[in-house]
Design a protein around this ligand. Sequence first.
Ligand code: PA5
Length: 424
Amino acid sequence: MLTVDITGALRFIDAGAFEKKMHLACDAAESLLERRCPGKDMTGWISLPQTDARELETIGDAAKRIQDENDCMVVIGIGGSYLGAKAVIEALPGEASFPVIFAGQNISPEYHDRLIGSLDGKRYALCVISKSGTTTEPAIAFRLLRSMLYEKLGRETAARHIIAITDPKAGALRRMAAENGFTSFTIPPDVGGRFSVLSPVGLVPCAVAGVPIAGMMEAAGLAMDEYSSPDGGNEALRYALLRNMLQNKGTRIEVLSTFHPELAMFCEWWKQLAGESEGKSGKGLFPASTVMTTDLHSLGQYLQEGPRDILETFLVAASPRTDITIPSDEADLDNLNYIAGKTLSKVNRMAFEGTISAHSSGDLPVIRIEIPSVAPGAVGSLIVFFEIAVAVSAILMGVNPFDQPGVEEYKTRMFKLLGKPGKR
Ligand code: PA5
């Protein structure tokens, strides 16, 4: 499903040493599969593609009811509790036709004012997602939107329009769901937020939006078999080891560059996956992203001639899902007739080929990851590819891929400033 070409980066390290070290990446994959790696209690995501058909059907039934009874759904969550769903939904605009709006990722009054205004006169459902059930940003958004829904429909009817996705037992949200009779789904206790997109956390919003989740999961299952296998030809492991060796030689940043704006949110999902998994103990590549050709006119200069501590990983699709031909123009005042009759996808492809070649000639290590097209199966495969690669990469670095102790620091200070009981 994916083609991965690392030759444009391999030339920056000792290729012989790379092959010799591949056993380390294989060992890391083995330790992940055998659940004995750092953070071994949070490796449940490896089994998520095996989610049985009955569970997918239950999710499909709940999604159908939401679609039938509402004009839109607001998904409330932050970090791993929204990025994956938003990434998949935005990647697949052809499939995802039911309006899904996202909230709970900021505390901006302007944002919430606009959101509340946009819901005026609409029948809406809420899907609140929080593993801990206590995260401040989604808790605030849920309180605001829930009270509006209660006021509009009354508590009992409103409950029919609320889905809660949380821990099976612990946390405030689980208690609220039980007490109020919300439809609920569980986040497996051994799956952390940023590895949860193939659990109900991602699947419920995606199914409501209209994404064919069964097809995506089937491809994810095949990808899991391929990319978790501890063998030297495994592309996910080769990519993980390569970024690790580049880091040891001074690379500080990895930029994921795509030529498909519909993958912009996918890059955001990847940034959290990589950043929260690896950025510990003074280690980790800083994950950044660009959407081309837009960013060629802003960050292209830096990528071409700025400091050479960047790895650029290109994420491209071989074929478009739809295409448009550039028309000819008799006057040709814009001098574009030389590409008249060509498709936008062809021009976009040439922009990609030109860019990767230019950046490579500017001494930037480049990797190319190619999918056949931005379709549900390819998105499922990409998710698994990056999950395995990032987990293995973190294990190679000697950090626990599945915790995020640093995230607590801002919370502690914010709670103190807000006077949260017990936090003075
Ligand atoms: O990856 C993670 O674990 C985090 O980004 C969490 O998903 C995020 O902090 C939200 O947490 P919760 O789902 O508990 O509200």
